[in-house]
Design a protein around this ligand. Structure first.
Ligand SMILES: [Zn+2]
Length: 142
């Protein structure tokens, strides 16, 4: 199984940098926007063995006959980005202010690990992008 990623336009803020990951094996997909934090995932109801449950039991084993479960974060607080020293990048969405508070606690722990280069949060407020840098690693006397 592999994942296919394509750039799409964010349905919330219109950013062209949103992306959709589709698992080519399970056809489940996830949209994330690194600008405003919009997220939407589509998965399919499965039975205990992991097989998709069919709407029409006698119908075909086809995506049109699966039961979709859609989760949408339509009014996000923002999106975060963590860039590690080894080049790994982690991105995610923040649902609300509580989520942001939790994230800030996590950031405190991350700083101690000393393996992070940059941590920032991006939000869209009144259609304007606001970016906040929570942490930036100091240049270590190169
Ligand atoms: Zn967006």
């Amino acid at each position: 199984m592999s994942t296919m990623t394509k750039k799409i336009e964010c349905p919330n803020c219109g950013s062209k940098k949103a992306f959709e990951d589709t698992n080519t094996g399970t056809i489940e997909s996830q949209i994330n926007c690194p600008r405003c934090g919009y997220a939407r995932s589509v998965s399919y109801k499965r039975d205990e063995d992991g097989k998709p449950i069919l709407k029409d039991e006698n119908g075909e084993d086809d995506i049109d006959n699966y039961i979709p479960e859609v989760k949408e974060l339509a009014d996000p607080y923002g999106a975060f980005m963590i860039k590690y020293i080894d080049g790994m990048v982690q991105m995610g969405c923040l649902e609300d202010e509580d989520d942001m508070e939790e994230f800030e606690k996590w950031v405190k722990k991350l700083k101690k690990n000393n393996n992070v280069e940059l941590i920032k949060v991006s939000r869209v407020v009144d259609e304007e992008k606001k970016e906040k840098i929570l942490y930036k690693r100091e240049e270590q006397g190169v």
